[in-house]
Design a protein around this ligand. Structure first.
Ligand code: 5GP
Ligand code: MG
Length: 183
């Protein structure tokens, strides 16, 4: 397939084939855990939209799908990243078993905030699924119940993850060339 973005990619970290193979395993593991319980898959927009689409199809449970959109303020004077809700839940989650679907778990601020928020809204249980995990950067006591891949402390794009809203449609996980950030 022709790509306008390929020339900006320094290296591929995780190929399409590796992503699909791992997501099939995650789907199977989640099926095993939730069989008979009708969980609610809750995607954290925008980054999780590609992973969410593949994960729910890899896990043939009777389930529901919901989204929340958040952004984090990176205020240099405050060590803990504050999180803002840009698009809230559109349904009651009281008593539901939530499966939070994230693109990447980095500092943990986003998920620490969301976990509290969903418990306040009455969730019965919260399970965290993240495609990528950067444990070296964690500042909050958050761990994923299911993680696809551990990644090094590098900024990654593709498969839903952006740089300045671009590269979300790159089908693999990659690292950008330094000149892309410079210019
Ligand atoms: P946290 O709140 O755990 O620090 O990070 C959550 C969000 O930061 C992620 O959902 C993602 O939007 C963004 N993020 C963290 N690391 C990366 C990265 O390497 N690449 C991209 N594109 N986004 C990242
Ligand atoms: Mg995200």
């Amino acid at each position: 397939m022709r790509s306008e973005m390929e020339k900006d990619i320094l290296k591929v970290l995780i190929t399409e084939e590796e992503l699909q193979k791992r997501i099939a395993e995650l789907g199977e593991a989640i099926y095993e855990r939730f069989q008979g319980r009708r969980p609610l898959f809750l995607g954290v927009l925008k980054g999780s939209f590609v992973f969410m689409a593949d994960l729910v199809r890899a896990c043939q449970l009777k389930s529901d799908v919901e989204f929340i959109a958040v952004s984090s303020y990176e205020n240099a004077t405050v060590s803990s990243g504050r999180v803002k809700i840009n698009h809230d839940l559109q349904q009651d989650i009281t008593g539901r078993d939530l499966i939070i679907v994230e693109d990447i778990l980095d500092s943990g601020s986003t998920l620490a905030f969301l976990k509290d928020y969903f418990l306040t809204k009455g969730a019965a249980s919260i399970t965290i699924v993240t495609l990528l995990d950067k444990p070296s950067r964690r500042t909050k006591a958050i761990t994923a119940d299911f993680a696809g891949f551990e990644v090094p402390n590098e900024f990654v794009v593709g498969y839903g993850l952006d740089y300045c809203q671009e590269y979300r449609n790159v089908p693999y996980i990659g690292v950008l060339k330094p000149e892309v950030y410079a210019g």
